[in-house]
Design a protein around this ligand. Structure first.
Ligand SMILES: NC(=O)c1ccc[n+]([C@@H]2O[C@H](COP(=O)([O-])OP(=O)(O)OC[C@H]3O[C@@H](n4cnc5c(N)ncnc54)[C@H](OP(=O)(O)O)[C@@H]3O)[C@@H](O)[C@H]2O)c1
Length: 331
C-alpha cells in the first residue's frame, strides 16, 4: 500500500555538521520551513554538539561527523565546516546516500568540485552549493530584469564586499589551513553576481594583499568581457565597505542596496527617473534555499535547476583563475 503522506508533505530530517556561526543562523531558519526539522547535529566536541542540540531542539547530538552520517534517520546534511573540509564530508555523506547542502565555496578548487559532482552522479544523491543569494527574491528579480532587457546591454558591473574582521590568527578567516582569506569567504559573492549576469569572462586581472598568516586580506579584481565590458570587484577583510553592487546598462543603471548579496531592495534609474523595487526575505534569508532543497529532495532530484553543477563549476573555475592571477595559494 502506498504512503498516505503526500510527497510535498514528507518531513525532511536534517543533520548539521560543523555547528559554528552560520550553522546557528541555518538552524534558526530551518524552524521556519514547513515539513523540515533539525534532527541531529555533530561536532568534534561532545559538549558543543549537546549545547547546539539543546539550543535548537535537535533530537540527537553526535560527537563525530561520521556518526551523524551513519544515522539512518538523517535525510539531508548541511555542511558548515571551514571550506577545506567541504569535499571530505560531502563525499562521506553522498556515499551514505545523504543529500548534501554544502556551504560556499563548494570546495577549495575545481578539481575537488569535480570529484564531488562525480560522487553525486555515481550515488544518484542530491548535492547543492549553499549559495543562498541565488534563491533570494531580490537577486532573482535582478537577473530577470536584466534578461528581459530593462537595462539594455550590460556594459559594466561594480561590486564590493568588505568588513573589518578583528585579526585572530586562530580563526578560520585568517588560517591558511582552513582556507582563510577574503576571496573565498566574501569575494565569491560579487564574482557570483558577475557570473550570473555576464557569464565567464574572457580575461581576469587580479591583485591581492596579505595578512601575516599568508591568507589574502583584500583582492582587487577586473573581469574582462567582449566589447570592453568589465566587472570591477573589490573584496576585503580590512575595512567596512558599502557592499553595494551597481549594474550599468546601455538603457539604465541598477543599484542593489547594501548588503547586495542579502538585500531586500534595488533601484533602477532610466531616462532620469528612479524606481525602487522592494522584497521580503523570509527568516534570516536561508528559508528560500532550504525550501528549494527540501522540495528537490522530495522529488528525488539529484541536482538543482537553480544552483546547477555547471554554475558551481563556473564559479570555482573563476575563483581558481582569480587566485592564479593574484597569487593566492593554498597547500
Ligand atoms: N552562507 C553564508 O552566509 C555564510 C556565512 C558565513 C560562512 N559561510 C560558510 O560556512 C562555512 C563555515 O563558516 P562559519 O563562519 O560558520 O565558521 P565557524 O564559525 O568557524 O564554524 C565552523 C565549524 O566547523 C567545525 N570545524 C571542523 N573542523 C574544524 C577545524 N579544523 N577548525 C575549525 N572549525 C572546524 C567547527 O565545529 P566543531 O568544532 O564543533 O565540530 C566549527 O564550529 C564556511 O565555508 C563559510 O564560507 C557561509
Amino acid at each position: 500500500m502506498g504512503s498516505c503522506v503526500q510527497e510535498s508533505e514528507k518531513t525532511i530530517r536534517w543533520g548539521i555538521i560543523g555547528p559554528g556561526k552560520i550553522a546557528r543562523k541555518f538552524a534558526r531558519d530551518l524552524t521556519k520551513v514547513p515539513h523540515a526539522e533539525l534532527y541531529a547535529v555533530a561536532s568534534r566536541h561532545h559538549s558543543r554538539a549537546e549545547a547546539f542540540a539543546n539550543e535548537h531542539n535537535a533530537s540527537r547530538a553526535f560527537e563525530s561527523y561520521e556518526a551523524l552520517v551513519k544515522d539512518p534517520r538523517v535525510d539531508a546534511v548541511y555542511i558548515a565546516t571551514p571550506h577545506t573540509f567541504h569535499k571530505k564530508y560531502s563525499l562521506i555523506c553522498l556515499s551514505h546516500k545523504k543529500a548534501v547542502l554544502c556551504e560556499k565555496p563548494l570546495a577549495m578548487n575545481a578539481t575537488e568540485v569535480e570529484e564531488m559532482i562525480a560522487a553525486s552522479r555515481d550515488h544518484q544523491v542530491l548535492l547543492m552549493e549553499a549559495m543562498w543569494t541565488a534563491f533570494l527574491p531580490h537577486f532573482q528579480s535582478v537577473i530577470q530584469k536584466a534578461r528581459e532587457g530593462m537595462l539594455g546591454e550590460i556594459i559594466g558591473i561594480e561590486a564590493d564586499f568588505g568588513f573589518s574582521a578583528s585579526y585572530d590568527p586562530a580563526s578560520r578567516l585568517f588560517n591558511k589551513k582552513l582556507g582563510g582569506g577574503s576571496l573565498l569567504d566574501i569575494g565569491i559573492y560579487p564574482l557570483f553576481l558577475a557570473l550570473s549576469l555576464l557569464g565567464r569572462p574572457v580575461g581576469v586581472d587580479a591583485r591581492a594583499s596579505y595578512f601575516e598568516t599568508g591568507v589574502d586580506s583584500s583582492c582587487l579584481i577586473t573581469l574582462h568581457y567582449d566589447q570592453n565590458v568589465k566587472a570591477q570587484i573589490f573584496t576585503t577583510l580590512l575595512k567596512d565597505t558599502p557592499t553595494e553592487a551597481v549594474i550599468r546598462g546601455s538603457k539604465g543603471t541598477l543599484r542593489i542596496h547594501p548588503r547586495f548579496h542579502e538585500s531586500s531592495s534595488f533601484t533602477v534609474e532610466r531616462k532620469g527617473k528612479k524606481e525602487q523595487f522592494s522584497f521580503t526575505n523570509l527568516g534570516e534569508g536561508f528559508v528560500h534555499e532550504i525550501t528549494h532543497f527540501c522540495n528537490l529532495l522530495r522529488k528525488g532530484a539529484t541536482e538543482s535547476p537553480v544552483m546547477t553543477f555547471d554554475t558551481s563549476r563556473s564559479l570555482i573555475r573563476l575563483l581558481d583563475e582569480v587566485r592564479e592571477m593574484a597569487g593566492v595559494i593554498y597547500e
